[in-house]
Every structure is written in structure tokens, then in C-alpha cells.
Ligand binder design. Sequence first.
Ligand SMILES: *Cc1c(COP(=O)(O)O)cnc(C)c1O
Length: 388
Amino acid sequence: MSAQLATLQKPLKSKSELSGIENLIRAMLKKHRTPFMLIKRCVLEKQYRRFRKCLPDVTPYYAVKANAHPGIIKTFVELGAGFDVASATEMKQVLSLGAMPSKIIFAHTIKSPEDIIFARRRRVRLMTFDNETELYKLAKYYPGAHVLVRIKVANDGSVVELSLKFGADPDQAFFLLRKAKALGLVPMGISFHVGSQSTNVESYLQALEISADIFEEAKEGGLPLKILDIGGGFPIQHFDNEIGINFERMACQIKKETRRLFDKNVKFMAEPGRFLVGPAGILVTQVIGRTFRNNKNYYYLNDGIYGDFSGMIFDHCRYEFKTLRRGQKFLSAIAGPTCDSFDTLSESSEIAELYVGDVVYVKNIGAYSSVSATMGFNGFPPAKIIMV
Ligand SMILES: *Cc1c(COP(=O)(O)O)cnc(C)c1O
């Protein structure tokens, strides 16, 4: 019985997973200098298929801002994904890597005239907006553009708020869509974003109900809508033993509600960023120095807050620091390499004693990390990205 239980327990599986990752890290250390970030193609594929399987009615448009590395974009082009871009630069990048204009959404509600003109020239037709001024701008620079009104929805239970700056009042949605039509644009539907790393399925369900009401209102008003974009926000696990994150269960509830609330001919799309790329990234750093301060060991790594741990600031993220060394663990502090005391990554990590040259690595760090790193504050460059 106990033997059987032991084989059923998760730690055993993650242990073999772990040694797989650690063997990979050891092999890569022979060829590359740290810091480097490994992006596992097989995990990108796995996450993409997981998304498709759990939400079969919803077409995923990868939110490029999560990680714009060409190898990642290329992988998603090959998998047939669409792309969510926020600027002409991102648009140019995905187009140059083979994305089709018809599979791109320009999902920024405030676009510069130059970027709108660029979208028009490259025939990227679908875009979001959330205010009247933007409609006049779109009508001027891109007559005939297909538009989704982004509505403001609750971001409760998400780690990163995305509704403070964007989103029209749902009461205004139908008015704005009618206005779009009057101005010569093509009103296609609605989009929303429940906030990033949203573990609260209720936010999605509520947003779906609000959207369904607007679909109904529009249909009765003679302006039937075709597309519902449920945004991003799908959560991932950052720590091995984290609880409360269950994408499969969330997706199942979302799927049920979309089927219950909307006509069969409505097309659903989503803009997952973190979910598709976060779990694929492994950051590998090395200890460049250590000291004893405040009654604990301080380890200084060759990557920090100004580099690939920038997500600790911008993404409000916490990471699990792992080492290749085994043995007794001690309460330790971990810091980045720059001269700023702010560049401290953890005051209280339980890790084995480390020496100069030892590896500290972090899993699930593929999203909102390297994209927000500075180019080399203090002369410390961010990690090289390596697709494996
Ligand atoms: C950031 C963002 C996304 C991606 O969000 P995730 O939480 O990474 O899935 C999608 N759409 C829009 C409009 C965004 O701003």
C-alpha cells in the first residue's frame, strides 16, 4: 500500500523531470556562458496543444509582448497560432517571421496614426478600440478596418491589473459599435481582458455574461456581432508546490459558458501570453560572489532585477530559486550583480550552501522576464536566449 502510494505521489515524477532539466542545464553549461535562458520548444508546443484541447472553440492569438524572441514566434507560426500585437514593431516582427496578416490582431486600444497606417498597408485588419477618439482616428487612417470594442471588466484575482487604463464602460459598448459603423468601420464584436495571471475563473464567467448581454443588445439593434475575444490572463504555476492553479478546470467552465451564452456562429478568440510561453523558460545563472551579512549567506548572481528578473518589478512575480547542489539547506539571500541594493532577489530562500561558479536556476520564467530587461545597466547584459 505505502509502496503503491509512493509511486502515485507527484514528487517522484517531478524528481525525474528535475533531473531531466538539470542534465539539460549541465549540457548547456559546456557550450554557453551564463546567464542564459533556455526556451523549450516542446513546452511551447505542449502549452499550445493544451490550450487548444481545453478550449477547442477558441482560437489562440499569442500575445507577443510576453516574449518576442524570433524562435518563439516561429514556433507559433508553425503551430498555426495567431498573434496579438500592440505596435507596428511587433507587427513587422511577426509578419517577417511568416505570420499571415489575417491571423494578427492589433490589440492595443490606443494606436498611433503611423502604426494604423502601417497596419493598413500590411492588411492587418482586425483591431481593438475603447473610445470615440480612437474611432475617428481609425476612420481617418484605416477606413473599413474591422473593430472589436474592448470593454472594462473586473480584474479581481489577477496579479497584474489591465483594466485601469483600458476598456470602455459596457454600457457604452453598443453605442461605440454603432458609431464605428456610422464612421465606415466594420464592427465585429467585443474583447476583454481579466488581468494577467488570473486565477479567478469568476472574472471570465462574469465578463462572458456581460459580453453576452451586449451581443443580445446589438442583435436586437440590428447589428449582429461575430467575434468575442476573451483576452489573455490564463495562469501558470511559478512554484513547484503551488496550489490553486488549475487551467483545465477553468477552461472547462469557460467552454461551458461560451456554449451556453452565445450563438453557434460566434467565433471565439483569445490572447494568451504567459500561459503559452511562461512554462517554457528556464533561466540559468551563476554565483559570482558570496558574503555573510545579516546572519546569512548572500549570494550574488550574474543576472538580476535589471535583467531577466525584471518581472519581479513589472510583472509582480516571485520565482523559485533552485540549485544543482544538494545537501542541507540554509536561509539565504540572493542578489543581482548591479551596484543597486534594490537589486536583491530574495532575502529568504532555503538553498544549499553555494560557492562561486555554482548554478542557480529558475523555471517557468519564459514570460515577462527578458522582454522587460534593460540592455545592460552597469554593464551586465541580460541572458542570451537559447531555443532547445
Ligand atoms: C498583456 C496582454 C495579453 C496577454 O496577457 P497574458 O496574461 O500574458 O495572457 C493579451 N491581451 C492584451 C490586450 C494584453 O495587454
